[in-house]
Design a protein around this ligand. Sequence first.
Ligand code: CP
Ligand code: NVA
Length: 304
Amino acid sequence: MKKDFISLADMTADELREMLELAGKIKASPGVFADSLAMKSFALVFEKPSTRTRVSFQVGISQLGGASFYLAPQDVGLGVREDVRDVARTLERYLNGVILRTYEHETIIEFARHSRMSVINGLSNRLHPCQALSDIFTMQEKKRDLASAKIAFVGDGNNVLHSLLFAVGKLGLALTVATPQKYRPDEEIVKEALGYASSSGAQIQFVTDPHQAARGADVLYTDVWVSMGQEAERERRLRDFAGFQVDRALLSLAKDTCCVMHCLPAHRNEEITDEVLEGPRSIVFDQAENRMHVQKAILLYLFK
Ligand code: CP
Ligand code: NVA
């Protein structure tokens, strides 16, 4: 049966740990895996722009011996030029898998329902599972004992946080989330993540005071306040998120050894200051690099 990678909620904690472990092996010895995807072809069908997801998947697939094709927003027109199920049933005749980046999460679900090939979620308005799994990998690399570390997320309760909540919930980690009240993460996702936490022992807390989240943090993570597709809400969002910027003062509440993370692209001097992004605590480019190693592990998990 085909396997998809659409939500971390669909994976067991053991599967996530297996992928993280494999990513470590791949990062240490990429050559060993050079032919793993020989004769396999993939398409990236993206409705939104991308730098990291696109390039890290395409380079990763090529390093594993496979081929990939990028189909830009204007190329396919999912559900606009053509019905989603017709694209799914056509592409499966040529390809082994597809990486989708969509506005609506439902588009990915619908595509997967009609396709016999594996579907990977490369970001939707609801989830960004490749990002979250890779972020856990980066945290593990930087923090010896991640299980006893305090992870703080300050900002918008959107796709990146949603997937991080699933990862933390499944893996038994500790996360404090600070968002303005009306930008709390989706309640269904919160409920689901808390459900995982009750069996894994994860500690997940929601607050509206960024200081409370940052105090004593080992990891301080933020994401943009204006995500792709939300540009029309920009002015309102900038007002609503005032006080949630990751700046020198907020970082000074965290541990001296705190690592600052951002999925990128960053809107400098909005959710994070230039100074912090460029500062000695920032690990954002190691974080970006790890996308590739972890996505290779995801591909091997799906296709080996
Ligand atoms: N973090 C991330 O997904 O970056 P891109 O939007 O550039 O792919
Ligand atoms: N929340 C951001 C993440 C980008 C990687 C967005 O959806 O635009």
